[in-house]
Design a protein around this ligand. Structure first.
Ligand code: ARG
Length: 257
């Protein structure tokens, strides 16, 4: 009897020692989280090439603020937008902040936080293009970012207006192809489009209503990640305290609220 008891105690000790070891290791792992993004999206995420090669922007500040509250460091990695969901699924990234909209299609593959910022779509054209409405896109070639909800929006518009759709990996490529006339227009989120319009005087834009009524941004996580509820709680704290509004004003300007 004694022998059995001490054998049980011994094995319990071994098991708890192993468990402790395990815990320590994962705690160390979790101190730095990899945030994947597509750094082609000012003011959400971009490289301010004049100043450094670091990725900066609203999403980066938000992730770091949330990480700070929860005890995580955030390491930012740049990828094409269309590869971000895969990065989460293959555990190359712990979270994605990329102005990403929580669509039903994406929700099949990843989990999302609540929405932290809302936006609308804009048609960007050249000022001398005579394109003033969606109908004017007829017969033209329209550019959208690969894998974005703007690609879906373009397909939706195509049902009523005949035009061609072409995709690009990066937003500046879309803008460039509007400038050089390869595209008659591009569909880009308004907050991002505004920045490009300011920079390129020959371009103009107008907002469109898309069928997608929740064109907002949310944080994406691998399915069933224990980070999702933690980050969501911290996000809602930032909403309540006004910290989120401060970041919005910092990156989108005082009238963006
Ligand atoms: N909100 C849009 C979407 O979810 C576009 C986001 C593009 N983001 C970027 N970093 N390029 O599809």
């Amino acid at each position: 009897m004694k022998k059995i008891a001490s054998a049980i105690i011994a094995s319990l000790l071994v098991i708890s020692a192993l468990a402790a070891c395990d815990k320590d290791e994962s705690a160390a792992d979790k101190k730095t989280l990899v945030m994947a993004t597509s750094a082609d999206y000012p003011p959400f995420e971009y490289v301010d090439t004049a100043n450094s090669d670091e990725i900066v922007g609203f999403d980066v500040d938000l992730a770091k603020a949330l990480g700070k509250k929860l005890g995580y460091k955030i390491k930012v990695e740049d990828k094409d937008f269309s590869g971000l969901i895969t990065a989460l699924k293959t555990k190359q990234a712990d979270l994605v902040l990329a102005g990403m909209t929580p669509t039903p299609k994406r929700k099949k593959n990843v989990d999302f936080s609540d929405v932290y910022y809302k936006a609308n779509d804009m048609i960007v054209t050249k000022k001398d293009s005579n394109i003033k409405s969606v109908e004017d896109l007829k017969g033209g070639k329209i550019g959208v970012q690969l894998g974005s909800i703007q690609e879906d929006a373009a397909k939706e518009l195509q049902k009523n207006t005949a035009f061609d759709i072409e995709t690009r990996n990066r937003i500046p490529e879309l803008v460039q192809d509007v400038q050089n006339g390869r595209f008659q227009a591009a569909i880009i989120e308004d907050t991002v489009a505004q920045g490009f319009l300011k920079k390129h005087q020959e371009l103009q834009g107008f907002n469109i209503k898309t069928s997608d009524d929740e064109a907002g941004s949310a944080i994406a996580f691998p399915k069933n990640s224990d980070l999702t509820p933690k980050f969501n709680k911290a996000l809602n704290e930032m909403k309540d305290s006004g910290e989120l509004d401060k970041l919005i004003i910092k990156w989108f300007g005082a009238d963006s609220k």
